[in-house]
Write a protein that binds this ligand. Sequence first.
Ligand code: PLP
Length: 394
Amino acid sequence: MPYEPPEDFLNAVRELSGRVPTPFYAYDLRRIEDRVAEYARAFRGGRVFYALKANPRLRLLERLHAAGLGAETVSLGEVLRAYTAGFMPAEVVWNGPVKPPAALEEAGRSGVPTLVADSEADLERIARHLPGAAVLLRLNPDLPVDTHPHLATGRGDSQFGVLPSDWPGVFARGRELGLAMRGLHVHLGSNLNNPADFAARLAVLERLRERAGPLGVLDLGGGFGLELDPRDLAPAMFALARAYGAELWVEPGRALVAEAGVLVARVWAEKRTQRRYLLLDAGMTTFPRPLLYGARHPVRALYDAEERGVFDLAGPACESGDVLARAVELPVPCAGDAVAFLQAGAYGGAMAMNYLDHPRPGEYAWDGVRWEVWRRPEALPRLWDDEPDRPEPL
Ligand SMILES: Cc1ncc(COP(=O)(O)O)c(C=O)c1O
């Protein structure tokens, strides 16, 4: 059964919508705490690194750190954000295919996390700028992962990791370079709801084991879809880690925060072309997932009306792709009524952008009693703050 936000949270969101500008993101902290506890229990004995990219708000990170999680990052910015939230370098993993020299040098000054090398070139650059660093080598398992093509990182034709045939040689090269080669990393992709993908990965790793030899760490990444129960997946992951003699690490993002969040937008017009539209003050710049991944998010009305209709929900951009949901049945709204898009706590606020000079929205968290600001709504003049207002010679 898909998760339904509790009535008291939706009531608090409705009340908040009268006090802060729309659009905004709102999070139910209690749901985040429950999900963190579920994952911590399922993976007790291993280590859970929260993938910052899902939702990087500092106040959230502080709570996850206090709950004992590590941080998974993919840029210097995310590494420094994790440190700002209180994570120590030993609690941070730095992934991603490109780590430029200047970023590695800055990490050398700020604190060196565990690095996940994505290629031989990445290994060599890490060895040059962070000699002796602790490194995992990313494997590309060459599997036809069942998710949106933009989210399937474990396919053989994706740009990520080192293919199984090359992996042992590249790992040995890391040792020659003097790096502390600690283990193997595999992230299949995001939003995986088919347990068969997880089983297929275990089979690839089982085959690789003889050639890879014992390892200190087996990091199986994130990707846990909302329909999966970590208790069903963890035992086989632990068994494989034991066979490698390794500690098990995982990197969930979406699974911990998606269900806790809603995006609230106001309806400013109803309009008919060949379809029946509601026009909202949030669209692709506030919530890019529907456009980027064809994501379908359930919508709830935060108002009442007797009459109902079926609507497409479109945003304020001048692009026909700026539609957040299609064919949604809702009570017929008045101008100014608010709707909430559910399961928006992951890759929602994190992806909001300034295209068309739309300021990024406010983000607020509810603990069951009171609201806390996680991010203030961006002030308009900040959008042109970095632009010279007179000729600036270089
Ligand atoms: C390397 C890595 N780890 C973890 C994650 C988190 O994925 P998810 O939010 O689907 O759990 C991602 C996201 O794509 C990733 O690229």
